[in-house]
Design a protein around this ligand. Sequence first.
Ligand code: SF4
Length: 309
Amino acid sequence: MTYVYGPVPSRRLGQSIGVDPLPPKTCNYQCIYCQLGKTTHFTNTRANFYPIEDIITDMQTSISNNRNKFDYVTFVGSGEPTLYKDIGILIQKAKELTVQPVCVITNGSLLNNIEVSNALMNTDVVMPSLDAGNEKDFIKINRPHPQIKYQSMLQGLIDFNNSYSGYFWLEVMLMKEINDSREKLLEIKQKIDLIQPDRVDINVPIRPPTEDWVEIPNDIVYERIKEIFEDYSNINFPEKGTFEHSHGDFEHELLRIITRHPMREKQIIKTFGNLELDEKTILEKLAFLESKDIIVKKIYNKKVFWRKK
Ligand code: SF4
């Protein structure tokens, strides 16, 4: 299975089958907090990076193998999924293959593109990001492709949601001393009021960010967030559950997950513990993969994470 993974537990979507139609780290942003590491394929040109038939075949197989085991089909993965030119066809196909809702997790930068907007109208949930209240902070935090301007991106979010009948859940990533001051939060809130999303998820960087200097806000900021976001408030909660794995090949399954989704060491032990591997063996296997330069360990927020090199 190359383009489709899971079901994996998701913070907001329960068990989710992920569709990832992009080469690793293909994006039109280079967010300072990105959990996938640096953007290695920085582009704003939409293309069918892989043959659409191959992606559809993977979707068919995964959906049919996991009947009753997932809550959503989610387009997400190694970058910005709306860069896949025919994402509209993939969404349509997913709708034909399952009655479960279809979601797109996007940075929102291309919602002002009519093709992207039309494609995403056919989904049940769209989850865009907005981390900045002005152009300067947008450039500092998201480091977008030069063709992407803040005002136009914002207008894309507003216009899309004006016509969209599904759920529009906005995600805001807050980082210490970057966008968590009262002034910055109020500025973001003002833009959110223009967008009128159905829900706002306030997140903090719980996984290792691309830039080491990105940090989780101090606890005191939570009160500020609650006060400013009032009824929108939906503070991030840690991930629960274990990752589904289809067979007993530890290395294969681990890499399949952490290529898109860094995992905490404890989560790996819990997930793979039921493959009759004890903790000591799992740690030895991780150390072996690290010594071969296949995976990399990151200590972040006093927790150990592993991600693909
Ligand atoms: S966080 Fe999302 S939008 Fe930002 S660089 Fe990573 S993949 Fe792209």
